[in-house]
Write a protein that binds this ligand. Structure first.
Ligand code: GTP
Ligand code: MG
Length: 199
């Protein structure tokens, strides 16, 4: 897919105030610092469309970007850095879960996972929550430039095994790097294909 335009539309913390347009929407979610905002900039070939930072917690709101005047990309705050008591499982920032539970325009989410790490409980629990709430998602492994090909392969195999403990199949996944643009065509073409199916 060719990107002809990418415009910031609005930020807010209330799903009820998100754009009313009935356009297909794709959201990027994952732990703080996993590279959601960087990935959006890489896909759009724009340095500062979405705000990024080396410190976790940069994105604090639901941010809508209108792409090619026909679909929305959504940058969300990260989960996983909020202090939650040991006993309370599955506590994600409320407006994030409200966004996924209520946003009718959402076609699918991309759950970003840092490809360097072992499967993390918070990500597995988040995907579990998405499954229970029937929100379709793909996995995007980020920061591919930080690992050697063999380690990448091993980590994805480990991740797949872990997912298969609770899921019938491994969700569709992509491997990306915002530093060297790995995965850009695959991800954009996939969104293009899905758009064609639903428009
Ligand atoms: P929050 O908004 O805080 O939830 O974080 P985020 O997921 O939006 O992460 P962000 O895009 O701000 O990136 C976090 C850090 O990771 C920044 O220092 C980025 O430069 C770095 N980073 C993101 N993607 C990549 C990548 O593909 N490769 C490398 N090497 N660094 C990356
Ligand atoms: Mg961000």
């Amino acid at each position: 897919m060719k990107i002809k335009s990418a415009e910031f539309v609005m930020s807010n913390s209330d799903v009820a105030k998100c754009p009313k347009d009935k356009l297909p929407e794709y959201a990027f979610i994952g732990r703080s610092n996993v590279g959601k905002s960087s990935l959006i900039n890489m896909l759009m070939q724009r340095k500062n469309l979405a705000k990024t930072s080396g410190r976790p917690g940069k994105t604090q709101l639901i941010n809508h970007f209108l792409i090619n005047k026909t679909w929305f990309l959504v940058d969300l705050p990260g989960y996983g850095y909020a202090r939650v008591s040991k006993s309370s499982k599955r506590v994600f920032q409320k407006f994030i879960t409200q966004y996924f539970a209520k946003r009718e325009q959402l076609v699918l989410a991309f759950v970003l996972i840092d490809c360097r790490h072992e499967p993390q409980k918070v990500d597995l629990e988040f995907m579990q929550w998405m499954g229970e709430n029937q929100v379709p998602f793909c996995i995007v492994f980020t920061k591919e430039d930080k690992v050697k090909p063999n380690a990448l392969k091993r980590n994805i195999e480990t991740y797949t095994q872990k997912m298969l403990e609770t899921w019938e199949e491994m969700p569709r996944y992509f491997v990306t790097s915002s530093s060297n643009t790995t995965g850009r065509d695959e991800l954009l073409n996939y969104i293009g294909e899905v758009n064609l199916e639903i428009i």
